[in-house]
Write a protein that binds this ligand. Structure first.
Ligand SMILES: Cc1cc2nc3c(=O)[nH]c(=O)nc-3n(C[C@H](O)[C@H](O)[C@H](O)COP(=O)(O)OP(=O)(O)OC[C@H]3O[C@@H](n4cnc5c(N)ncnc54)[C@H](O)[C@@H]3O)c2cc1C
Length: 433
């Protein structure tokens, strides 16, 4: 039985592994190149800050081509990892359960969460490895009545050098990413093809029969019994649209805005990002040196790297973005999103100020990188985990399935969703045999 899995991020990796371990001959088709971290070139890169080479956020694509930046509107940038490992290769390594909206559709992923958590080593970064200011801000937040918690991380503490550059890849290999999930099965049930962007799904009758991969001017047809789309909230919707199949205009991105302040010699970049977090109803607050704003965002320019302090707001946004067949994204912030950000900004500033961080307090670049919601699961589809409006043998196993935005890290939830989908595929195929 042949299966194609499109994408090697959090969803694709788990689906590929599960299918291969259950007798499928799996080909992973990954649009991006093999991943290599940028961290080793970082001091050279930082010295270019302010030059024409780093003139705006799009410049990062030239220097670190694993990132893709899209302006979805005047006020919002969308970032994603197009590379082996997808967004997990450029993630901060935070690992929490994000479950908003699941109860409403009757989906309980506790068993999958537990199974995945058991297969990984998840620990917070010990307090003594936080910068002194991060420790102080934690204590002050507690004093102010918040309940900060150390962030669970998939980071091997023995290997982590606390360089702070997790989102540019991990040079020491301390940080988990989804490539590890299928690595031991390459050549033993899984074939991985990088630089293989899937253009569309081939549908005959009401069945998926394979995909078309386009490289430059050449197109290849690859046949399969089962096609699993795990190209992420944007990639999966793009492929569906290009295949003349529907996707929903419900893209959410978990909007990030980091408030920048100043504290002399705080050296916040010399620790893993987001060492602790405060969870509110629809957002989190977390100490974070926003590299993208430091490099590209004009209001952040006049403060030296060792003095810049950031408090991140990660907000669950309104699910109303659209992805077109050419990959272009239309999404702006709604009034409700702005209101949410304004409220969270007051809290972020309160903690910063009470911790002795001084102004001018400046907003960072507004961006999002948790991409979901374009093939949202409904109550009716939870039993089969197959989207009812898609042809047979075409499945989705990534964050596109998540109906609600989270304002929380999303790798674990994506992996759990994908595990559930893969097991449904296996069960369905066993019945058909
Ligand atoms: C900078 C950043 C930091 C993050 N940090 C964290 C964190 O610390 N913790 C956390 O839980 N979450 C984090 N996230 C979010 C998390 O990584 C994603 O939500 C999660 O990886 C989503 O999994 P996915 O499988 O849906 O998509 P992805 O992981 O994005 O995988 C999609 C894959 O499909 C490939 N693809 C796309 N289109 C095609 C195509 N046409 N053909 C073939 N392949 C294609 C992509 O290259 C990619 O490899 C972060 C995201 C970003 C952007």
């Amino acid at each position: 039985m042949k299966a194609i899995v499109v994408g090697s991020g959090a969803g694709g990796a788990v689906a590929a592994r599960e299918l291969a371990q259950n007798g499928f001959e799996v080909t992973i088709l990954e649009a991006g190149k093999p991943f290599s971290p940028l961290s080793h070139m970082i001091s050279w890169f930082s010295s270019l800050r302010g030059s024409w080479l780093l003139k705006d956020e799009n410049s990062i694509e030239h220097i670190f081509p694993h990132y893709e930046v899209t302006h979805s509107s005047q006020d919002l940038h969308i970032f994603r990892g197009v590379t082996e490992g997808g967004c997990t290769s450029i993630a901060c390594g935070n690992m929490v359960r994000a479950e908003y909206g699941l109860k409403e559709i009757g989906l309980n992923l506790s068993a999958e969460f537990e199974e995945i958590e058991k297969s990984l080593t998840i620990n917070p970064i010990p307090r003594e490895k936080w910068r002194p200011l991060t420790q102080h801000m934690y204590d002050i937040a507690e004093y102010l009545g918040y309940t900060p918690k150390p962030t669970p991380k998939v980071t091997d503490l023995g290997k982590c050098i606390g360089c702070g550059y997790c989102e540019l890849g991990c040079v020491t290999g301390a940080k988990w990413d989804s490539r590890r999930v299928y690595k031991d099965l390459i050549g033993k049930g899984i074939t991985l093809k990088t630089n293989s962007p899937v253009k569309k799904v081939l549908v005959e009758g009401n069945r998926a029969r394979g995909v078309i991969v386009t490289q430059g001017l050449t197109s290849d047809r690859i046949n399969a019994d089962v096609v699993v789309l795990s190209a992420g909230g944007v990639g999966t919707a793009q492929i569906l649209r290009a295949s003349k199949l529907p996707a929903r205009d419900k893209l959410w991105v978990d909007v990030v805005l980091t408030i920048g302040g100043v504290s002399k010699n705080s050296k916040m970049l010399k620790e893993p990002p987001m060492a602790w977090f405060i969870k509110k109803d629809n957002y989190i607050l977390s100490p974070y040196f926003d590299l993208l704003s430091y490099w590209f965002h004009k209001p952040w320019k006049n403060v030296a790297i060792e003095d810049r302090v950031g408090m991140m707001i990660k907000l669950a946004d309104t699910e109303q973005g659209a992805v077109a067949a050419d990959g272009s994204i239309t999404k702006s912030l709604t009034e409700k999103d702005y209101e949410g950000l304004e409220g969270a900004k007051v809290e972020a500033k309160r903690i910063l100020e009470a911790s002795g961080v001084t102004g001018p307090f400046v907003d960072g670049m507004i961006h999002g990188g948790h991409l979901g919601g374009t093939v949202p699961l409904t109550k009716e589809d939870v039993e089969t985990m197959h989207t009812s409006w898609l042809p047979q043998d075409l499945w989705v196993a990534d964050l596109s399935l998540m109906p609600r935005s989270q304002g929380l890290p999303t790798m674990l939830t994506t992996a759990a969703l994908s595990l559930r989908v893969a097991r449904k595929i296996i069960k369905e195929r066993l019945i058909k045999r």
